[in-house]
Design a protein around this ligand. Structure first.
Ligand SMILES: [Zn+2]
Length: 241
């Protein structure tokens, strides 16, 4: 068989039935970012791939790369299947939104270790019964902020994104990509001090240590992240909860 072999770890973001017995996989890989792959015969009852080509599975893969756009899965073993994540509705929904965000935001074939590690870490927390906060909105928004940072689209939070003023930061402008001061707030929406503080602290702390915040502040933070990604990455994310 002509072509080359790629060995990499990857997380299954999406798994689509194809033809009679195959699966097409959208993978986020450690070594090459986004990959599309086909697993031939994966839906046959005794497929050597077993049931592991499903969303959220973290896999060790051997792929064959030929001339086509899709790589072909030749070997697969499970690094982690996150079985407890699948048994909780809230964790499952949060995991699905995380994979969807990665799918939309990270579409290049460049490796991005911070993004890959962040996705694996979040899925592991959603799978951990001791990490009760993992499926909460605070943690989901912290994941989004960190993912935006890894993708190079973190909002500017330290000073006015238009003039650099460090005080009187009263709004957020997606087009400017960050917080804005009172003098620059045309086209911005009002950002409360708790919403601003939430974002600063969430981006600086580990995932599970995102600060608690009122719902109104979290909604503003979500809007700030969404508008930044819409304007600068041209990506629309699904609602965070
Ligand atoms: Zn300003």
């Amino acid at each position: 068989m002509a072509g080359t072999t790629l060995k990499t770890e990857a997380v299954v973001l999406r798994s689509i039935r194809y033809a009679e017995a195959d699966r097409i996989l959208h993978l986020y890989s450690a070594k090459r970012g986004r990959i599309g792959a086909i697993a031939k015969g994966a839906r046959r009852p005794r497929s050597r791939f077993g049931g592991r080509l499903e969303p959220f599975f973290r896999l060790d893969l051997v792929l064959h790369e030929g001339r086509g756009e899709l790589l072909t899965v030749t070997q697969v073993s499970t690094v982690d299947g996150y079985p407890r994540l699948r048994s909780s509705g809230a964790a499952l929904a949060a995991g699905a939104r995380a994979c969807d965000a990665v799918l939309r935001l990270l579409d290049s074939a460049e490796p991005n270790p911070p993004a890959y590690n962040l996705l694996c870490r979040y899925l592991a927390l959603l799978d951990d019964p001791a990490a009760a906060r993992a499926a909460e909105l605070e943690t989901a928004l912290s994941f989004r902020l960190k993912l935006a940072l890894a993708a190079g689209f973190a909002p500017e939070l330290a000073s006015c994104a238009r003039c650099g003023e460090a005080d009187h930061l009263v709004g957020f402008a997606g087009a400017a990509g960050g917080v804005v001061c009172a003098g620059c707030q045309a086209g911005a929406f009002p950002l409360s001090e708790p919403a601003h503080r939430f974002m600063v602290e969430a981006i600086g702390r580990p995932l599970l240590e995102a600060p608690g915040a009122e719902d109104a502040a979290l909604r503003q933070a979500e809007r700030a992240i969404s508008e930044t990604l819409e304007h600068h990455a041209h990506v629309q994310l699904r609602p965070a909860a």
